[in-house]
Structures are given as C-alpha cells and as structure tokens.
Design a protein around this ligand. Structure first.
Ligand SMILES: Nc1nc2c(c(=O)[nH]1)N=C([C@H](O)[C@H](O)COP(=O)(O)OP(=O)(O)OP(=O)(O)O)CN2
Ligand code: ZN
Length: 160
C-alpha cells in the first residue's frame, strides 16, 4: 500500500525530513492471536479423540514484511479482518468434520488449511504486496499445537 507522507513530517512537534524517519523498510514480524470453539472427532485414531468432543482452539497468525513510512507492516485490524473472514467465522461453533474440506481434523491438517486460506486472502487482496504469511500456529489444547511456516510451504522469500 502506498502512503503519501509529505517530505517534511511533524514528529514530536518538530519538522523532520522523511529520510530521517528511523526503521521504515526494516522487515518485522507482526502477530495476532484468536480463539474459537469447535467440535470434531478423529478418524483412524484409537483413543478418546475418536469420540465427538470440543476444543477452544487458539490461532496465532504471524505476518512478515517491511515497515512502511507510518511505522506499520500490516494493520492489526487487517490481520483480524482476514483471519475472521477466512478462518474464524467459518469454524467458530461449528462441527469441523462437516465444514472443512475432506480431511482428518487433526491440528496438523487444519493448520495447513488455515495457512492456505490466509495466504490466498493476503495475495488476492493485494493491499500489502510486501507482506506475507510467515507462520501459523494452532493450539488444540493449551499444551498442544501444530504450526507451518512459509518455508515449509515453499513460500519463503526467493521461492515465490
Ligand atoms: N499430533 C496430534 N495428536 C493428536 C491430535 C492432533 O490433532 N494431532 N488430536 C487429538 C485430539 O483431538 C485431542 O482432543 C487432543 O489431544 P490431547 O492433547 O491428548 O488432549 P488432552 O485433553 O489430554 O490435552 P491436555 O492439554 O494434555 O490436557 C489427539 N492427538
Ligand atoms: Zn480433539
């Protein structure tokens, strides 16, 4: 996204040159966390999780990109909007085996699906061409999570 900031900007009441602004252009990770509640059961699994049960899942979305002249990589509000539209709202208070594409609803399979949903949204919107999904983590319980990174998905810098 292009922001037109006057060559002279006011910071702390002092006019400074844009070239004096520190830190824009540096790459930074930006992260936001969400929770949602869903029911599921596992197939091909012997243990308590073969029966219908529920979790309060925790999702962490980590984006990576250059800091713009406002000092922002990607607005936290945009991460929230994208995650809600593409992941949280379709899954919250739903039966996962019914709403997800055909898969065993393990944390591993779900986190790959989530990464793909988020990555597609960021690319399709084009609001932040310099930003990409760097890592997605999905906690099924407070002590168990699965994660994928851009490098694991073949989307790391230089691979695109
Ligand atoms: N590698 C995976 N193992 C298990 C998954 C999974 O998605 N990936 N899922 C389950 C079940 O869905 C289960 O509900 C969660 O398992 P578990 O961590 O064993 O559940 P607990 O309630 O015992 O968790 P605590 O935080 O230790 O209380 C099983 N395995
Ligand atoms: Zn479970």
């Amino acid at each position: 996204m292009e922001y037109h900031i006057p060559m002279k900007v006011q910071q702390l009441g002092v006019d400074i040159d844009k070239s004096q602004l520190k830190y824009h252009d540096k790459e930074v990770l930006v992260s936001k966390e969400f929770t949602f509640d869903s029911a599921h059961h596992l197939h091909c699994y012997e243990g308590k999780c073969k029966s219908l049960h529920g979790h309060t899942y925790k999702l962490q979305v980590i984006m990576r990109g250059k800091v713009d002249e406002r000092g922002i990589t990607i607005d936290f509000a945009d991460i929230k909007r994208i995650a809600k539209e593409r992941v949280i709202d379709p899954l919250d208070h739903r039966y996962l085996n019914e709403v997800l594409p055909l898969m065993n609803t393990t944390a591993e399979n779900m986190v790959v699906w989530m990464y793909e949903q988020l990555n597609t949204a960021v690319r399709e919107e084009g609001l932040y061409p310099q930003v990409r999904v760097e890592e997605v983590r999905l906690w099924e319980t407070p002590t168990s999570y699965a994660a994928v990174t851009a490098a694991m998905m073949g989307d790391a810098a230089g691979e695109r």
